[in-house]
Design a protein around this ligand. Structure first.
Ligand code: MG
Length: 397
C-alpha cells in the first residue's frame, strides 16, 4: 500500500454538515405575513434606495439577487413587495435556529446569522448518521420555526457548503467520498473558495473555466500563478479541505462536583458518588466529541481544607471504565475514610477533539465497544429522562 493510501485509511473521514436558511429574511417576512406567501418579496429598504438584503425565490425567478441595487431589482420585478430590514426579528429567529443546532452537537461554527457548520464526526458513526442528523435539523426548523433550511453533508467544510448550495431551496444533499470527483469536476472555478474575480479572469484567459480544467495545472504551476493560495486551490480542486470547525468557546476542561448535605466518611458511599460524577463528566465529553488526557479529583474536607489529585492518562479517552479506576486511585491518595469530606469533584482536562487520527486510538481504548456502548446507552437514557440515578453495579466495589 502506498503511503498516501495508508495515511488515508488510518484517518477517519469527518462528517460535516452545513446548514443554511433559504432566503432567510424574506422567509421570515413571508412566515410572519401569510399574505406575502408565494409572492415576490424583497427585503432591503424602500423601492428607490438601498440594496437587496434578501429576496424570496419568487423574486429570484425575475432575476433579482442579493446585493443588487433596489432600484434595479424593482425594475426587474415591479410587482415585488419591498420591505425594510427587521434585524431584531431575524436575530431572535437566529438564536432559536442555533439552539436547535446545539441540540444535536456543541461543535457548531457560525458563519453568519443563518448559516453554520456542524461537525458530527463521532465514534462508530457513519455518514448515514450525519445525514439523518441533517434531516432532523431541517425537520426541527420546519416544525418549530415554520422556516425552510437547506443542508449539505460531506467529509469537509468546503464540500458541505457546496452541497447545501446545490440542495437549495429546501433540500438536503449528501456528497459521499466516492462522489466527490463527479460532483466537483464540472463546477465553475468560481466555486473555489477564496478565488476573486481577478483570479477567475486569469484562469479564464488560460482557457480554464471549470474545476476539472484546473486539475490539469500542476501544484507548481498553481503556486506560480497564485502564491500560497495556489496550494489551497490545488487541494480544493481535489475536494481536500482540512480546516477544522472553529467553535466560539473552546473548552479547556470539563468538571462536575457535588457538595454533600453532611460530611461523608464512608469510602463506599464516596466511591458511588465518584462514579456518578465520572459518568457525568464522560457523558459531557462524548456530547462535545472530546477526549481527555488528564483526570483530576478535588476533595474538600469538613473544615473546608481542599486538596486535588491528578493523573495523566496513557491515552485520551471519554470512557467511564477507563476513568473510574483512575478516579478511585486518586481518591485513595486523599484522606478519605479518615476525615469527613464535604465536597467531591471530578475534572477531565487536556482535551482533544475526538476525530480523525485520534479516533482509532479512541476506539481501541474504548473498553472494546462494550463499555462504550454502555456509556452511550446511559447517555441516551439521561437525555430522555434526566438523571434517574443509574449506576453500573459491576463498577462499584
Ligand atoms: Mg442563507
Amino acid at each position: 500500500m502506498g503511503s498516501t493510501a495508508e495515511a488515508m485509511s488510518t484517518k477517519q473521514a469527518r462528517q460535516i454538515i452545513h446548514v443554511d436558511m433559504d432566503a432567510f429574511y424574506a422567509s421570515v417576512e413571508q412566515r410572519d405575513q401569510p399574505e406575502l406567501r408565494n409572492r415576490p418579496v424583497i427585503v432591503g429598504g424602500s423601492r428607490t434606495r438601498g440594496v437587496v438584503s434578501a429576496c424570496s425565490y419568487e423574486a429570484r425567478a425575475f432575476g433579482v439577487r442579493s446585493a443588487m441595487p433596489l432600484a434595479r431589482a424593482v425594475q426587474l420585478c415591479p410587482e415585488a413587495v419591498v420591505l425594510p430590514v427587521r434585524m431584531e426579528a431575524y436575530k431572535a429567529v437566529s438564536r432559536k435556529i442555533f439552539a436547535i443546532f446545539r441540540q444535536f452537537t456543541d461543535r457548531v461554527e457560525p458563519l453568519s446569522i443563518d448559516e453554520a457548520f456542524l461537525d458530527v464526526t463521532g465514534c462508530e458513526r457513519l455518514l448515514g448518521e450525519a445525514v439523518s442528523i441533517a434531516q432532523n435539523i431541517r425537520n426541527s426548523i420546519r416544525k418549530e420555526l415554520a422556516l425552510p433550511a437547506s443542508a449539505g453533508v460531506a467529509p469537509n467544510k468546503y464540500l458541505a457548503k457546496l452541497a447545501s448550495e446545490a440542495a437549495k431551496p429546501d433540500g438536503l444533499k449528501v456528497i459521499h467520498p466516492h462522489e466527490i470527483e463527479a460532483f466537483i469536476l464540472p463546477l465553475p472555478i468560481g466555486a473555489l473558495w477564496g478565488i476573486g474575480s481577478k483570479g477567475r479572469e486569469r484562469l479564464n484567459r488560460l482557457g480554464i473555466n471549470t474545476i476539472g480544467e484546473l486539475r490539469r495545472l500542476s501544484l507548481a504551476q498553481l503556486i506560480q500563478l497564485f502564491g500560497v493560495t495556489g496550494q489551497r486551490f490545488y487541494e480544493l480542486a481535489r475536494g481536500i479541505d482540512d480546516r477544522p470547525i472553529i467553535m466560539d468557546d473552546t473548552v479547556k476542561s470539563i468538571g462536575q462536583e457535588e457538595t454533600f448535605p453532611a460530611d461523608l466518611f464512608d469510602v463506599d458511599t464516596l466511591q458511588t458518588h465518584l462514579l456518578r460524577l465520572t459518568e457525568k463528566v464522560a457523558s459531557r465529553l462524548r456530547k462535545k466529541s472530546l477526549l481527555a488526557s488528564a483526570l483530576t479529583i478535588k476533595v474538600k474536607y469538613g473544615n473546608f481544607e481542599q486538596v486535588t489529585r491528578s493523573k495523566t492518562l496513557e491515552n485520551p479517552s471519554a470512557s467511564v471504565p477507563e476513568f473510574y479506576p483512575v478516579a478511585k486511585e486518586l481518591l485513595s491518595r486523599t484522606e478519605s475514610g479518615q476525615r469527613g469530606i464535604r465536597l467531591l469533584g471530578v475534572t477531565a482536562g487536556n482535551l482533544v477533539p475526538c476525530e480523525t487520527s485520534q479516533m482509532s486510538l479512541f476506539e481501541d481504548k474504548c473498553e472494546k465497544k462494550k463499555g462504550k456502548a454502555l456509556d452511550e446507552a446511559i447517555d441516551r437514557i439521561r437525555e430522555k429522562y434526566g438523571d434517574p440515578g443509574i449506576t453500573r453495579g459491576t463498577l462499584v466495589d
